[in-house]
Ligand binder design. Structure first.
Ligand code: NOJ
Length: 964
């Protein structure tokens, strides 16, 4: 019955799509639900403005210029007023005042802000009286947690002559190595490093701000052409799309700015799009897009691949990369945003023979708030961006294991059976997931009692094998009398409101619903209440959370979301905060889980996100489909998320919609083993596809892939730790290790995995049994499985029979593994370790290892182990050294792991002549020494030697060394 009910809603939603589909050509299947730039008034107007500027060329006279009489520099801030010249309602020239600030932050990042002077004489027509502030200026408040203190050490280096010309030069950043050059007219802000401009704001003069003006009254227009024009501009004062009308009570308020990256041919980032990693041009031409990339969080049903269309999340961060140089920008704006990209012709005079990338950022509302990070290399940019928006929350170790999900596991028996089958087939996993059907009629915080009569017992059973239960909680709350959660939400006025200030209701899974407004601190408190111990999940602690539909998805709303004129806490319009909403919901859930159990690290998966969401948990790429194209697009998508600060990312393994062939499913698991977030998931109408159902040989191959992930967990977790303090992602693009090789910048079908030096190239083509893998630098590479050696920059042919994932291990890295099969990650926590050492060209290697209790917050107080292993070619000694200051917490933590030892060392590529005839090595720890047996596999057939130390008996704690 319940199943029938839920199917009814699915069917309603699907029918809606089918009906709409019939009216549209097949190739634009879902496009009709979402605006194109042309259909979006502010995007169209700003694009036309760009065309006008372009057509005028050097004669373009932008109406924006700095009033140099207003400019001052003090305490790390250059500020003044930009004047926008306009005609007033009588047709006379006048100016709009736009105060600007250029703030040089202590972190070395520069921040350029432009607001509009509040006009007290102009109340905002039709808006609640409490609204005095027109422009939303809180995007940074949500996204940025870093220190925004201006840097007193920034200095004014302007000469008197320059000042006379309205030019200002400020030196800032580490050792005042960076310089900002601000020109008043034409307005231009250039950021220099190494004596060269790296980022230029408004180089093309496209800055634009729809200034406030009252809507012209048609009866008073008479013949005034300027007013008539205003009214005639399509959709300027009111805009309809898909049957909904946006009343735009504040009138047009878009902002735009162009950003040029001189000499940079490649830009990356601005997730989320299902597209190439190196972003394409967007103004036509072969292989390019015709539409700008759009950032507007939407529930995009079965999204298109290779498209600039908006998806579930938005991170307005872009990285530009050229040979040996990297810079980043962050556009702190949560409104609907479109980004045009063109690559200009080489300009030999100013930037050598390289192309430059020119971008144009257009947002519907808010202020201009642009952060500029000058690198100079990718890791510095990621660190600078992390200092602003925060770093990846260190996940509990079980969240890094494998997750088993489907829509839906239907009952407690179903859960128990799936759980038991993992053991029967000896496949490790850490969490089983319940989708929306576990609730009573999609009322969150309830259980469908007929199918889940004893949820706490179910959790306790899972806990016996240290496994977790993840449940979904969406932000729409069913509007139903007697449903406590709804009643409290509604009575407390904690939901999103209509433009008239009433509770906003729309449709989602439960039918008519209200949406929690998590911008409201009281709503966040109310959310905490729902999760209190003893309530929804009893007193259990092995449950984790899944946030879905938080774009927010509204089945009958414009562009499947909330109306832009709906109101949030503080009377901000939804248009201002649309892209931030999902992150506030994710944050509220994380906070609720923390309040429930402050000792335990929460895990919350989200579908929608904004800059800073990496602080709250993991993300996945939404509703993909079981086809090879969707498997293929995952790698570029993971790369884009990763370089934009969101490291903990994955995609539905197997494809959400449809049914994968066993081959596709197997290849997807082989790829998924290297997704930072690793979860199998399927649509309610897809056939069951738990690994054992695939049959042989597939089940064994899937088992191998999942076990490989578990073997590598110590290294994966170490990579998460690094992301959590310096922002270097887990899925790494070629340029991170080979910043000099421009040829490799565009390669987005392979990646380096964490700290391991593993170069992974997933097989994404049906029937493929070999592949070409690209070596981007001059290092030695070894086949991870058989030690065949590869070297020299360029493509190498690699066999990839069905049972094999093409992986090369880069010389110079040390991988830390746990090789024993256990049922879950937590059960492995005290298992012995294996070190796998791949020597570089000079015979050296090094690797970091991080370990803590994997679940509590004690690591924040120093309860962790952080070590460095290094193999030195000069003395042939492998050493373990501490990387942490010794303190009481680390000592007491070490006591809990003092039996954890290294059980095996595998040394790949060692010159075995050095061993002479020795078949033992000497180990030293705690002033004692002993010998350990080794096994030597000599070089043969293009394969290098492998020396295995079988039981060196050294511990994971304390310094030790092994002499080969
Ligand atoms: C949409 C999500 O993207 C999908 O993963 C989930 O299964 C369904 N909503 C049902 O909750």
């Amino acid at each position: 019955m319940v199943m029938a009910n839920s199917l009814k809603f699915v069917t309603v939603a699907c029918c809606l799509f089918v009906v709409l589909l019939m009216a549209y050509p097949v190739e634009s299947a879902k496009r009709y639900l979402f605006k194109t730039c042309e259909q979006s008034s502010f995007c169209r107007r700003n694009r036309e403005y760009a065309d006008l500027a372009q057509s005028k060329g050097a004669a373009w006279d932008s109406p924006y210029a700095i009033d140099s009489s207003t400019v001052q520099f003090d305490g790390g801030v250059l500020q003044g007023t930009i004047l926008k010249s306009i005609l007033d309602s009588k047709g006379d020239p006048t100016n709009v005042e736009l105060p600007f600030q250029l703030v040089f932050l202590e972190s070395g990042t520069a921040r350029f802000m432009v607001d509009e002077k509040q006009r007290t004489d102009s109340p905002i027509s039709g808006f609640p009286e409490s609204i005095t502030q027109r422009r939303y200026n809180e995007a940074s408040k949500w996204a940025v947690t870093g220190d925004l203190t201006p840097d007193d050490n920034a200095i004014d280096a302007t000469t008197d002559n320059e000042r006379k010309d309205g030019v200002y030069k400020i030196k800032f950043g580490p050792d005042r190595y960076f310089e900002a050059v601000v020109e008043s007219k034409p307005l231009r802000v250039a950021f220099y490093r190494d004596g060269e401009p790296q980022v230029i704001l408004n180089d093309r003069g496209l800055i634009n701000m729809d200034h406030w003006r009252a809507k012209p009254d048609p009866s008073q227009i008479n013949d005034d052409p300027s007013l008539k024009n205003e009214l005639d501009i399509k959709d300027m004062w009111e805009e309809s799309f898909g049957g909904s009308t946006d009343t735009k009570p504040k009138g047009p308020e878009s902002i735009a700015l162009d950003v040029t990256f001189p000499g940079y041919e490649h830009v990356f980032g601005i997730p989320e799009h299902a597209d190439k990693f190196s972003l394409r041009e967007t103004r036509g031409g072969e292989g390019n897009h015709n539409e700008p990339y759009r950032l507007f969080n939407v529930d995009i049903f079965e999204y298109e691949v290779n498209s600039p269309m908006a998806m579930y999340g938005a991170i307005p961060f872009m990285q530009a990369q050229k040979k040996k140089s990297s810079v980043g920008i962050f556009w702190a704006n949560g409104a609907d945003t479109w980004i045009d990209i063109v690559k200009s012709k080489p300009n030999e005079q100013s930037f050598g023979v390289k192309k430059s990338t020119e971008t144009h950022w257009i947002s519907e509302s808010g202020i201009i708030d642009m952060y500029v990070m000058l690198g100079p290399d990718p890791t510095s940019v990621y660190h600078q961006y992390g200092l602003l928006t925060g770093f990846t929350a260190l996940p509990p170790i079980y969240a890094v294991g494998y997750h088993q999900c489907r829509w839906n596991y239907n009952s407690e028996d179903d859960v128990a059976e799936v759980d038991a089958n993992f053991d029967k087939y000896e496949i490790p996993y850490d969490a089983i997931w319940l989708d929306i059907e576990y609730t009573e009629n999609k009322k969150y915080f309830t259980w469908l009692k007929s199918m889940f009569p004893t949820p706490e017992k179910m959790m306790q059973n899972l806990d016996k094998r240290k496994r977790k239960l993840v449940v979904i909680i969406d932000p729409h709350i069913k509007k139903e009398a007697g449903y406590k959660t709804y009643e409290t939400l509604s009575k407390g006025e904690l939901a999103i409101k209509t433009s008239e200030g009433q509770e906003y209701n729309g449709w989602c899974w439960p039918g008519e619903s209200a949406w929690i407004d998590t911008f409201n601190p009281k709503a966040a408190d109310f959310w905490k209440d729902q999760y209190k111990p003893g309530k929804f999940c009893g007193y259990e602690n092995n449950f984790l959370m899944w946030n879905d539909m938080n774009e927010p998805s509204v089945f009958n709303g414009p562009e499947v979301s909330a109306p832009r004129d709906a109101l949030h806490y503080g009377n901000w319009e939804h248009r201002d905060v649309h892209n931030i909403y999902g992150a506030t919901y994710h944050n509220a859930t994380q906070q609720a889980m923390l309040a429930r159990n402050p000792r335990q690290r929460p895990f919350v998966l989200t579908r929608s996100f904004f800059a800073g969401s990496q602080r709250y948990g993991a993300v996945w790429t939404g509703d993909n489909a079981a086809s090879w194209d969707y498997l293929k697009i995952v790698t570029p998508m993971l790369l884009s998320h990763s370089i934009a600060g969101f490291s903990f990312v994955g995609a539905d393994v197997g494809g959400f919609f449809g049914n994968p062939t066993p081959e596709l499913l197997t290849r997807w698991y082989q790829a998924g083993a290297f997704y930072p977030f690793f979860r199998g998931h399927a649509h309610i109408e897809s056939k069951r596809r738990e690994p054992w159902l695939a049959g042989e040989p597939y089940t064994s191959l899937i088992r191998n892939a999942i076990r490989l992930r578990y073997q590598l967990l110590p290294s994966v977790y170490t990579a998460f730790h690094r992301a959590s303090f310096d922002g270097v992602p887990i899925v790494r693009p070629m340029f991170l290790l080979a910043p000099e090789n421009e040829e490799a910048f565009e390669i987005d079908d392979q990646f380096f995995f964490g700290e391991t030096g593993l170069l992974v190239k997933p097989i994404v083509e049906e029937g493929a049994r070999s592949t070409e893998i690209y070596i981007p630098d001059d290092e030695l590479y070894y086949d991870y499985f058989d030690e065949t050696i590869y070297e020299g920059i360029g493509y190498k042919h690699l066999d990839a029979p069905f049972e094999k994932i093409p992986i090369l291990a880069r010389g110079g890295h040390i991988i830390v593994r746990r090789d024993r099969y256990r049922r879950s990650a937590t059960l492995m926590s005290h298992d012995p370790l294996t070190l796998v050492i791949h020597l570089d060209r000079s015979g050296n290697a090094g690797g970091v290892f991080y370990m803590d209790d994997g679940e509590t917050m004690a690591y924040n107080r120093g309860a962790f182990l952080h070590r460095f292993f290094m193999f030195n070619a000069q003395d042939n000694i492998l050493r373990s050294r501490s990387m942490q200051p010794s303190g009481a917490s680390s000592r007491s933590y070490e006591k809990t792991i003092d039996e954890v030892r290294i059980e095996k060392i595998i040394l790949v590529g060692f010159n075995t002549d050095k061993l002479k005839s020795a078949r033992t090595v000497e180990a030293f720890q705690d002033k004692k020494s002993w010998s350990a047996d080794i096994h030597v596999a000599e070089t043969s057939d293009g394969k290098v030697s492998v020396v295995t130390v079988r039981d060196p008996k050294v511990l994971v704690i304390g310094d030790w060394s092994i002499q080969f």
